[in-house]
Design a protein. Structure first.
Lengths: 273, 307
């Protein structure tokens, strides 16, 4: 790594620059409580649908709520839910994948068959139906998307475990009398972390699109909780009078997804070099 | 080949059985039992006597697996039960919606293919040129846009700012334009990205290098590249069908296109479970069948790919 080629260096700079932007977005939404100028849930009859100005940088919506504050708080909902969902899928998928790859046999056959069947379903169709029937707000939406999300992690972890399993150091650890749990945690897990984490990174953008799409349909967050998808859905009704109530959350969604997708692509390119 | 095709069909049937079981179980995952749901969605006051009578009538007192079997037999015959909302059979509603959705989805798919095909060839041939960079930038951005956002933005700029189209779609060609655009933009961008990668992989292959070396004309090389990547392109298209189905639910709801997606969203709001179950069964079956068919088809086109 010390003597990286020019292409590697350029890619690394790209990753660092995008990661800083991504971090800024995460920080801005995490500290929404400090940064937001107004209470995102405080309605006010005297300031309905006000154009962007000094007091309300992004204007106000139909109930006189500050759009800027709602965008910040809404980002927290979207980003936190996305990260939580990706993390849980990562955890479940990786554990299943490592167990299947390490032990093989009937466990492997059954779980991988299940994974194949999960992949055979149209993800969004299943997610809409499950979220609609569960009717459990954001948790329901997360469960609905999570049903099919763990599969890619499981397959990736499994195939890497397969190739790592036959390395000499695993044999050595086995003959040194280490337990299976020790071998998986100390020798296998760290070696497959890089590709699986890369996969997690590329899933963030898609997950965000999925979650905000479900919220837009009214299958995600329960109003009045701020979330970008549901803000756009609410603001759509009066877009002619107050376009800022739609355009600012839309802009926030676009920028965030583009940054995370770009980061995922860049890291993927870097891993391939 | 025939043996492999039989294996394919057996796996298709087993996937469909798991799907149907999953859908049937969904109803029982939801809070409350079906009799209660049915009564509340019809606005009947739920008392214990009414509830018991309804349970008896719906056959809910039988064991779970028996009910699943009976339901599955009816579904295979094309009977998706009666709606909780108005006691009308669900199947005709679903088929009517499916027809409209197919019009919308096929138009979007063909438009996306027509655009992305040429752009991805151009982008792959002129790799790292100006055209390639522009195409890549736009396809990257388009790929990152959720389709509900595209439709809202299109509505704002085309309908409200320059008043080119009516906001609510009518069932004619003009009404088709906006929903098709909203579905096509992200799909075109995904197609371009995937096809470009496929063409670039082919261009690195030895046979292309050899043809260049022999001084074969560019257009003959392109024809050879296309012939060799057609198998993968089928797979790329088949995988997008699922995204298209999910997207059409969102787009139909926004533009009030009377398709199956709008029907299912209305049914979710009304807690009309038989319609939701029928929707998943129909969409799931179409998706699974298309994907298995595309595997067989791409194997016929390109026998090197595994079935």
């Amino acid at each position: 790594m010390k003597h990286g080629t020019r292409r590697e260096k350029r890619l690394r700079n790209r990753i660092i620059a995008t990661a800083v932007l991504a971090l800024l977005i995460i920080l801005a939404t995490t500290f929404a409580g400090i940064l937001a100028p107004n209470d995102p849930y405080a309605t006010s009859a005297s300031s309905i649908r006000m154009a962007p100005g000094a007091q309300y940088p992004f204007g106000t919506d139909n109930l006189g709520r500050c759009v800027f504050s709602r965008v910040l708080y809404g980002g927290r909902t979207t980003i936190a839910a996305t990260f939580l969902l990706v993390f849980i899928s990562f955890l479940i998928g990786t554990v299943i994948g490592m167990l299947c790859g390490y032990y093989g046999g009937i466990l492997d056959t059954v779980l991988m068959r299940l994974a194949d069947i999960m992949l055979a379903f149209p993800q969004m169709v299943v997610a809409i139906a499950v979220a609609g029937i569960l009717n459990a707000g954001m948790t329901g939406a997360m469960v609905a998307l999570g049903i099919t999300m763990w599969v890619s992690f499981a397959r990736l972890a499994r195939s890497h475990t397969f190739s790592i399993k036959n390395e000499a150091y695993i044999q050595a650890a086995f003959f040194a009398g280490k337990s299976d749990f020790y071998i998986i945690m100390v020798h296998i897990f760290p070696n497959l972390l890089a590709p699986v984490l890369t996969n997690a990174l590329t899933q963030i953008g898609t997950t965000m699109i999925g979650l905000s799409g479900l919220s837009f349909l009214g299958l995600g967050v329960v109003p009045p909780k701020a979330e970008w998808g549901s803000m756009i859905s609410e603001g759509r009704a009066y877009i002619q009078i107050a376009p800022w109530a739609v355009l600012f959350p839309a802009l926030a969604t676009i920028i965030t997804i583009i940054i995370f997708n770009y980061l995922g692509d860049a890291v993927m390119d870097y891993m391939e070099v | 080949m025939i043996k492999k095709a039989i294996v394919k069909i057996v796996s298709l049937i087993s996937i469909l059985i798991v799907l149907s079981f999953f859908v049937f179980a969904l109803l029982y995952l939801a809070p409350g039992d079906p009799a209660e749901k049915r009564l509340t969605s019809q606005g009947v006051a739920v008392t214990k006597e009414v509830l018991d009578a309804e349970r008896e009538r719906l056959g809910l007192l039988k064991p779970f697996l028996v009910r699943y079997g009976e339901w599955l037999v009816r579904v295979i015959r094309g009977d998706f039960g009666v709606s909780f909302k108005d006691d009308m059979p669900v199947a005709p509603k679903l088929y009517a919606g499916l027809k409209n959705t197919t019009i919308l989805a096929m138009t979007s798919l063909l438009l996306s293919l027509a655009i992305s095909f040429w752009l991805s060839i151009l982008s792959a041939i002129r790799k790292n040129g100006i055209a390639d960079n522009i195409i890549r930038l736009f396809s990257f951005i388009g790929n990152s846009l959720p389709n509900f956002l595209i439709s809202v933005l299109l509505m704002y700029f085309l309908c409200i700012k320059i008043k080119l189209f009516p906001v609510i779609a009518k069932g004619n060609v003009q009404g088709l334009f906006m929903p098709v655009m909203s579905l096509s933009i992200p799909m075109t961008c995904r197609f371009i990205r995937q096809m470009r990668t496929e063409f670039l992989t082919q261009m690195k292959a030895d046979y292309v290098v050899g043809m260049w070396g022999r001084g074969v004309k560019g257009r003959y090389i392109v024809i050879n590249i296309l012939r060799n990547s057609i198998g993968h392109i089928f797979t790329i298209i088949a995988l997008q069908i699922g995204t298209l189905m999910g997207g059409s639910v969102v787009i139909e709801t926004i533009f009030r296109w009377p398709g199956i997606g709008k029907l299912v969203m209305d049914s979710i709001t009304a807690r009309d479970y038989p319609v939701i179950m029928g929707f998943v069964i129909i969409m799931g079956t179409i998706y699974v069948v298309i994907n298995q068919l595309s595997d067989i088809l791409s194997h016929c086109m390109d026998p090197r790919t595994n079935l």
